[in-house]
Design a protein around this ligand. Structure first.
Ligand SMILES: CC(=O)N[C@H]1[C@@H](O[C@@H]2[C@H](O)[C@H](O)[C@@H](O)[C@H](O)[C@H]2O)O[C@H](CO)[C@@H](O)[C@@H]1O
Ligand SMILES: [Zn+2]
Length: 287
């Protein structure tokens, strides 16, 4: 196995675009600092809506293939080279929004055997030996079945990897402090008349909003703002950016955060908010 850098970060996401929305600045920052950043995406987003009219002919596997290309472009913008599809491209397909009959598709991620999928992810953990893992909370941030399943598979993979002696010292869930969300939306409502968007989303449409005290970690990605915006723009079927805001296909404007927030759910909880995902980790030796 080629020698990997001392610091190794693994992120587990549901669809192409989630990684840039939630962690684009964090990924760009650690990649620029020489850490090894590995992204595992669990589906190709085959059931997504498509924003640009000229691409609306895309659906199913064709959309999935297109979104894989968007993902590669986005990762190029962030400087992230290690990008993997869980079980290989197309192994698990997009499950659609919660409650749709799409959720019953036997090939979709929501129907996956969690232990089997977690076994595939544990193999990546054994190869990369990350000290830090980032994924969603148990609600998947906003209740999408693929996000909930990504959480379940990631947390189960951590257990399976530990059974093989591959411990991950620090595990984080994506978060946004409520005060930051509320301040950002107050500013958005002031800016909305000058934006190319007609409506704003609500604070509670933002995945992972929690009381401020639940947030243990803030990663200042101000220096990576352009890279994050470029990565989000690469996901053109899903996202339209007008910095410092963006819309998804619902065309509801929301803040594009360049400071990205996390809750440490495994590891020694810091007494004050930390500013480094690797804080306290003995980097260098494999975990
Ligand atoms: C950010 C994210 O997880 N996007 C998912 C989501 O897409 C949303 C969905 O199409 C919804 O109906 C729209 O109103 C919303 O604007 C979209 O962001 O679900 C898709 C289908 O599972 C998925 O492909 C997309 O990546
Ligand atoms: Zn998603």
């Amino acid at each position: 196995m080629t020698e990997l850098p001392d610091r190794r970060l693994l992120l587990v996401h549901a669809h192409p675009d989630d990684e840039s929305i939630n962690n684009g600045a964090t990924m760009a920052r650690y990649a620029a600092e020489g850490a090894h950043v590995t992204l595992v995406t669990c589906t190709l987003g085959e059931r997504g809506e498509v924003i640009p009219p000229e691409l609306r002919h895309l659906s199913g596997a064709a959309l999935g293939g297109h979104r894989l290309g968007e993902l590669r472009d986005a990762m190029r913008a962030l400087g992230v080279a290690d990008v993997r599809l869980l079980g290989g491209a197309g192994r698990y397909c997009d499950s659609g929004m919660m409650g749709l009959s799409d959720n019953d598709d036997p090939g979709c991620f929501w129907q996956a055997d969690v232990d089997q999928a977690a076994g595939l992810l544990a193999e990546v953990i054994g190869e990369v030996r990350p000290q830090v893992l980032v994924t969603y909370d148990d609600h998947g941030g906003y209740g999408h079945p693929d996000h909930i399943q990504a959480h379940r598979v990631a947390m189960r993979a951590v257990e399976l990897a530990a059974d093989s002696g591959w411990d991950i010292p620090k595990i984080y869930w994506n978060r946004v402090p409520r005060s930051v969300a509320e301040e950002s939306f107050a500013r958005l409502h002031q800016d909305l008349p000058g934006l190319p968007f007609d409506k704003a989303a609500d604070v509670d449409d933002v995945p992972g909003v929690v009381p401020d005290e639940q947030v243990t970690t803030a990663i200042d990605g101000t220096a990576q703002a352009a890279a994050k915006a470029a990565a989000m723009r690469a996901h053109a079927t899903q996202i339209t950016v007008a910095e410092p805001y963006f819309v998804l296909s619902n065309l509801l404007a929301q803040p594009l955060f360049t400071t990205e927030y996390y809750e440490l759910v495994r590891g020694e909880r810091p007494e004050t908010r930390e500013n480094d995902l690797f804080a306290g980790v003995a980097v260098g030796e494999a975990s």
